[in-house]
Write a protein that binds this ligand. Sequence first.
Ligand code: 7PJ
Length: 288
Amino acid sequence: MTGSKQDSIAIDCGGRLLLLDRPRIMGILNVTPDSFSDGGECLSPKEALMHAHRMAAAGADIIDIGGESTRPGAAPVSVQQELDRVIPVIEAVWTEIRIPISIDTSKPEVMKAAAAAGAGMINDVFALRREGAMQAVAGLNLPVCLMHMLGEPRSMQQQPQYQDVVAEVESFLLDRARDCEAAGIAKQNILLDPGFGFGKNMDHNLELLRQLSRLSSRGYPLIAGLSRKSMLARITGRKVDQRLAGSLTLAVLAVRAGAAIVRVHDVVETHDAIKVLSAVWPRTPESV
Ligand code: 7PJ
């Protein structure tokens, strides 16, 4: 399937549709005390809900709720801690805001509880490699984003190495997709993500971005998460709260290379940037 054929895809997120007729925005809602870019901003369920309202009003198409930081060196959290953080927020967002919700987790227990609370998509940086995760998603019958990560968050940025980063990320993702389909997850429920910054150095990230159209033309919608990531610190020298211009540039480049969804912190600005891009090129080319 080509990128252009994906234009007609509608992903059913537990009854709320995510149409991929144009590039879509996933707004990030972290309810972790230690997320690298907005840690401390979204602690209480009330504050998280207000931020979700702002993102929805600004043009977010789906809200990604996460309760475990995956930044390098982050401390792991228990199932109970993660549930305590995300479930009240999912329930409140689901009740008050009519767009789909995704849950950013690798734990099958959290996937199931989040789905019961209203989450309509599973976003797993471990690509369902945790024990029981694949079966959990197959049972839920929800869409899932499979993300590539080399190693574990604790150590992934310690000299990651590849022979050919694009080929290795691609074959990992296609293998995972095939395994998921064999486990009973419908093909149309699978999205892929190269996992920028997850076990990748600057050159790896740049090469993946240059060849992103190769990954976006494999028959699965592609998600790209580049917002405020540390490659922008290396390129621009900016601190995390000053990476807006860099983040917008990367989002536009990813969409131009066929990304169906961009995962971002700055929804208002990304929405404008994508509108401008779409005015110039109304249909995203399969490859550029
Ligand atoms: C990503 C993610 C990403 C997907 C995070 C951060 C670190 N999920 N969760 N893709 N990144 N699918 O927000 O910078 O790139 S957490």
